[in-house]
Design a protein around this ligand. Structure first.
Ligand code: ZN
Ligand code: ZN
Length: 337
């Protein structure tokens, strides 16, 4: 029997253990993927630290997968061995629940999440339902493509669905793993792009990524500065601090949206601010496999790339700790030997 190495979590708060396991059989409607690279996302802590209800252990985390189809199950006609693909957070949909019938595939009642509901990409092979699989452009190396499957799609898809139009002011709050991609996407989409972060030292990076305006939230009031530009049609909030999000709401334009993609605990919003300008606060889910395909294709064409630190699979724990430290510049990616 063919075997593979994976990094698995056997119990909540346990370490990532490198073990040898049989390569999983491919089921009808699923594909088997030879993983080339997998990003380590902060959401993987939900599995590792046991914060997601109902996870069955041992579990292999990882939902920023880049690889090559190795085998396809019966009934799969759209993918073939040798094809480059990616798998993200969205772990597929049923196609017949009420949400799916309304086209809201992301909200499918099965709620399948890659690396949580089934084993993910911290390993040499994985299997995934075909509805979770995205085609990958030939010119995106696996390490560059992997983080686009979560950090990339989340910011790309949020911005393109924000209601802002080319030329509008789009601000990106935070310049970390999500934010450094958000600024690039906003600039390439033709928005008047504003980067907001703490400290003057982040300005050169923000400008290099495509921001035409930089706001240092320690030295300036972001709300005041954004209003000088006419207000932001969208503020993409990538930080995990609710206070930082609350502090920028006054910078929204009329009909502007504070679009939340950072998992903060709570957030203070002024009802007066909302109702006086028909403003809104909205969350954004990452997206489905077709959104991933759009993200990859757009990134390939426009040159949007994640800045990454790589670790071999054997050093998964080190890579995970590096990601959790918040010091990585900017995404951590595991590579398979
Ligand atoms: Zn993620
Ligand atoms: Zn469904």
């Amino acid at each position: 029997m063919a075997t593979m190495r994976v990094a698995q979590v056997t119990r909540p708060k346990g370490p990532l253990e490198i073990v040898e396991r049989p390569v999983p059989d491919v089921k009808p409607g699923w594909v088997q993927i030879k993983v080339q690279a997998c990003g380590i996302c902060h959401s993987d802590s939900l599995v590792k630290e046991g914060m997601w209800p109902g996870v069955e252990y041992p579990r292999v985390p990882g939902h920023e997968v880049a690889g090559v189809i190795d085998a396809v199950g019966s009934g799969v006609s759209d993918f073939a061995p040798g094809q480059r693909v990616g798998v993200g957070w969205h772990g597929g949909y049923c196609g017949h629940c009420d949400h799916c019938r309304r086209g809201e595939f992301f909200a499918c009642v099965t709620g399948q999440v890659t690396g949580i509901s089934f084993d993910g990409g911290y390993g040499e092979y994985m299997v995934a339902p075909v509805s979770a699989v995205a085609r990958m452009p030939a010119d995106l190396p696996p390490v560059e493509a992997a983080p686009l499957m979560c950090a990339g799609i989340t910011t790309f898809n949020a911005l393109r669905n924000s209601g802002a139009r080319p030329g509008d002011v789009a601000a990106v709050l935070g310049l970390g793993g999500l934010g450094h991609l958000g600024v690039q996407y906003a600039a390439k989409m033709g928005f008047h792009t504003v980067g907001i972060a703490r400290g003057k030292d982040k300005e050169p990076l923000a400008r290099k990524l495509g921001a035409s305006v930089y706001i240092d939230s320690q030295a300036q009031d972001p709300a005041v500065e954004l209003q000088k530009l006419g207000g932001a049609k969208v503020i993409l909030a990538t930080v995990t601090s609710g206070d930082a999000m609350s502090a920028v709401q006054g910078g929204l334009a009329v009909n502007g949206t504070l679009l939340v993609v950072g998992a903060a605990d709570s957030l203070q919003v002024s009802p007066i601010m909302l109702l006086m300008g028909c403003r809104s606060v909205k969350g954004w889910y990452s997206g489905t496999s077709i959104d991933s395909e759009d993200t990859l294709a757009f990134s390939s064409r426009t040159g949007v790339r994640s800045m990454n630190e790589t670790f071999p699979l054997e050093r998964a724990n080190e890579g995970y700790e590096r990601m959790m430290s918040g010091k990585a510049r900017f995404r951590v990616v595991l590579t398979m030997g």
